[in-house]
Design a protein. Structure first.
Length: 71
């Protein structure tokens, strides 16, 4: 058990992890929208869109880790 787990009651830890998961998925959808917008609206926006697609992939990875911690 880590120091943080020892100090944080389990229901509070679950609530915090659920909040973190919601925030990660908000970021996922934000980056998806932004990526699409850049690709469609900017001249040569494809590169910027790809960068935001990678941000999205990173947030999905973070969300997966948080979800695993909730299990």
């Amino acid at each position: 058990m880590s120091r943080a787990e020892a100090k944080t009651p389990r229901p509070e830890m679950i609530r915090l992890l659920q909040q973190a998961l919601r925030l990660e998925y908000e970021d996922v959808f934000l980056y998806l929208r932004e990526s699409s917008l850049f690709k469609k609206k900017l001249i040569r926006g494809e590169r910027l869109g790809q960068i935001f697609s990678r941000f999205c992939d990173s947030e999905i990875s973070h969300a997966d880790r948080v979800a695993t911690a909730l299990m």
